[in-house]
Design a protein around this ligand. Structure first.
Ligand SMILES: [Zn+2]
Length: 107
């Protein structure tokens, strides 16, 4: 009796692992580039890659959406470009919020 080759399962697991690692890398990269993207200072090629990632990745899309909304809010409040101090404060707040989401656990 011949048995089917048994390597396929392992290959699949390795592929899945590699895929999830690269997905994480893409998220890190996407979030790092978010500001450049929203500032419209990004090259078309990078912008396209980021857009593609945002379409496929809900957490990053939400982060982008939140950042965009904060920017609109700041812009509307100031009627012009936000002062550096305010921008820094908003950015810190954003970082604190996302850090809390990652590390928060019930006591
Ligand atoms: Zn992502």
């Amino acid at each position: 009796m011949s048995t089917p080759r048994d390597g396929a399962g392992d290959d699949e697991a390795a592929l899945l692992a590699a895929r999830s690692v690269s997905a994480q890398c893409q998220c890190t990269e996407a979030l790092e580039k978010l500001e450049t993207f929203l500032d419209s200072e990004m090259g078309e090629l990078d912008a396209d890659r980021l857009r593609t990632h945002l379409e496929a990745c809900e957490p990053c899309l939400e982060a982008a959406d939140l950042e965009q909304r904060l920017r609109n809010l700041v812009r509307r409040a100031c009627h012009e470009q936000a002062p550096d101090g305010l921008r820094a404060r908003v950015r810190t707040q954003l970082t604190v919020m996302s850090t809390r989401v990652v590390i928060s656990r019930p006591d």
